[in-house]
Ligand binder design. Structure first.
Ligand SMILES: [Mg+2]
Length: 122
């Protein structure tokens, strides 16, 4: 799978990218929502998007809204968040995220989330 990480933290993007590589997938990195829009507009060929919530320029929720309003991509989007407030998670799901994962997470948790998404898509 081609997995796009959208996160302003280079250290988190590197760590998650390493997990993705170890799980046998290819990882790509966008530093915020704007950067991600540019990448996707250039080539909409990702299989999964991992989206951070808090970012400068365009944050995760703004990216979800932009995606809904502009039909940018149909790629499944998983929110990566330190927020565990149900109303915030509901908001992300309402704006088109299909799953969320609590930061920090292990490679095993990421693997199981990815396989859940695969079985949903099947
Ligand atoms: Mg962040």
């Amino acid at each position: 799978m081609k997995i796009l990480i959208i996160d302003d933290s280079n250290s988190i993007a590197m760590m998650v990218g390493q997990f993705i590589k170890e799980l046998g997938h290819d990882s790509y990195h966008a530093t915020d929502g704007r950067d991600a829009i540019d990448m996707i507009a250039q080539e909409d060929n990702f299989d999964l998007i991992l989206l951070d919530w808090n970012m400068p320029e365009m944050d995760g929720l703004e990216f979800l809204k932009y995606n809904q309003e502009n039909s940018l991509t149909k790629t499944p989007i998983m929110m990566m968040t330190t927020e565990n407030k149900p109303e915030k998670i509901m908001k992300a799901l309402e704006f088109g995220a299909v799953e969320y994962i609590m930061k920090p997470f292990s490679k095993d948790v990421l693997e199981s989330k990815i396989s859940t998404l695969k079985s949903m898509a099947a």
